[in-house]
Design a protein around this ligand. Sequence first.
Ligand SMILES: Cc1cc2nc3c(=O)[nH]c(=O)nc-3n(C[C@H](O)[C@H](O)[C@H](O)COP(=O)(O)OP(=O)(O)OC[C@H]3O[C@@H](n4cnc5c(N)ncnc54)[C@H](O)[C@@H]3O)c2cc1C
Length: 293
Amino acid sequence: MHWPKNLNKAIKTEINLAGYTNFRIGGRAKYFFEPKNLKELQQALVSAKRADLRVFILGAGSNILVSDTGLTGLVIRLSHKDFRKCRCQGSCLVAGGGLKLNALISFSREKNLSGLEFLAGIPGTLGGSLMGNAGAWGKAIGELVSRVGVLDYNGKLKLLGSKQLKFAYRKSNLNNYIIIWAKLKLLAGKKKVMAAKIKEYLLRRKQTQGDHLPNAGCIFKNPTCGSAGRLIDSCGLKGKAKGGTVISKLHANFILNTGKAKSGDVLSLMDLMQRKVRERFKINLEPEIKIWK
Ligand SMILES: Cc1cc2nc3c(=O)[nH]c(=O)nc-3n(C[C@H](O)[C@H](O)[C@H](O)COP(=O)(O)OP(=O)(O)OC[C@H]3O[C@@H](n4cnc5c(N)ncnc54)[C@H](O)[C@@H]3O)c2cc1C
């Protein structure tokens, strides 16, 4: 593979991805790159395109399952400070796609800007959260977005306004883009009130999800008729184990890595959950996590 000279050293090979995921599962990436700026990112995309190399954009790795056999493509992580900036623009925030949600929430609280509190405790980046329209407690991040700056996989910069953006339950129309930054509409708020809300959301999360072993959050999306967790629980699957994985006893839509989980263990538990729910309720559970193979 020929990379531009200036990127040759920075693009690493055979990097173990398990440590970059919340699940702590996964094999190696053939190529792994953390660009320092937009230009480097564009250069890498152009080279990958030319070589027909598949590109994976990694956020905080909190919603993915990486195959143990690894990935033959290029994994790009927007971890550099250029992709984690945040600034106010009136009552809006403009933030980088690589910024973690907890940092975004802290920044908005410091600036007395309210609206993001419901996202407290979701361990993702802004980019990953926009991609899957992350949400909780009846709200989702897409409701706050007015503009997104993206790159397409040819490295071409585009600006998407609210009319071009589409968000629905755990999905967006951003699949063919790399999210570089987004503008979020917030409201004036009071630090103390916001801090209390955040505390309450974190507590509710702890009560319903527990302190866990490594996991990737909810495995399946909720079907229109209700909660995927409740359906799985009704099939008596809480505590069911496979290899190094177990279905959480607290939240049946969580699979936990008990130590030496393999991606195949997760997939077979997922298969069991889907099969039992289909047999009993005639409902097809759709994965919320993204499976990288
Ligand atoms: C304990 C726990 C609790 C959770 N609770 C919730 C919850 O309440 N609500 C909820 O919605 N989710 C929840 N999640 C899931 C997850 O945290 C969110 O989906 C989060 O938004 C994913 O962001 P990420 O940066 O980790 O994305 P990743 O897992 O790294 O990637 C997810 C997808 O987004 C893509 N992506 C990432 N960054 C970019 C980018 N900059 N541009 C383009 N594509 C990108 C990836 O390619 C991949 O397809 C939870 C997860 C855990 C582990």
